[in-house]
Design a protein. Structure first.
Length: 229
């Protein structure tokens, strides 16, 4: 897919592209998309329609089930799964990773970011969400949600021919609690901005993966290295 001078990238789940762009979209992963051919896939016709309206011709959008995608094998140089795998039951994890391995070219890159089940913070987040839901209508696109254990995802990735390159804990306390009152106050202070920058640096450091209990999300970057048998 694409010419020899282009890299083909697939973004699974188009929530940010169609519904909530506040945290960026697929284009933000690249300093330039001049030689990048972008594809997006989502199960929801409504979200695909919204993404098409917002992204136009910048992303080729397909409406389909992620577990059985209509692309040919070895079509992509990279696949971006940004909190998508945690919207499927854990029983679908192996099927999703199998599909990713089918679609990636040898040496291709896989980024998976998912909500981690190894933290006490989700209990606090749930209280915050319940309070918020009383103030406004329930989001019509609200997905199902299954936080995952990082070691389960890592094992699934390794079993399907991937080599893990790096792994990080993300959304570390206090920003893991979201846009609550404490975060707003801290981030509004000059000292708070410095602390926020320090947390972001910590997330990308070598010790980040050991901070699981304090982080809402986990990120894995792996490369597909199929056996030559």
């Amino acid at each position: 897919m694409g010419s020899n001078n282009e890299i083909s990238v697939l973004k699974v789940d188009l929530w940010n592209e169609g519904v909530d762009p506040s945290r960026g979209d697929v284009r933000d992963f690249f300093t330039s998309t001049r030689h990048v051919r972008l594809y997006g896939i989502d199960l929801s016709p409504a979200i695909c329609h919204l993404a098409n309206e917002r992204m136009g011709e910048k992303v080729e959008i397909v409406c389909s089930d992620l577990r059985s995608q209509p692309f040919k094998g070895a079509s992509f140089d990279a696949i971006l799964d940004i909190s998508t795998v945690d919207h499927f039951p854990s029983t679908s994890l192996a099927l999703l990773v199998t599909e990713y391995s089918r679609l990636l070219k040898p040496g291709g890159a896989l980024l998976i970011i998912f909500d981690s089940a190894v933290t006490f913070l989700w209990a606090l987040q749930e209280v915050q969400m319940r309070i918020s839901s009383r103030r406004k209508e329930r989001n019509p696109f609200s997905p199902f949600w299954w936080p995952l254990y990082p070691w389960h995802v890592k094992n699934a990735v390794k079993r399907h021919g991937f080599k893990i390159l790096v792994e990080y804990s993300l959304d570390i306390l206090p920003w893991a609690l979201g846009l609550n009152i404490i975060s707003r106050i801290i981030c509004g202070l000059r000292l708070g901005r410095g602390l926020q920058l320090a947390v972001r640096r910590l997330e990308s450091s070598s010790v980040s993966k050991y901070l699981l209990p304090l982080a809402l999300q986990y990120a894995i970057i792996a490369t597909y290295q199929p056996s030559k048998d």
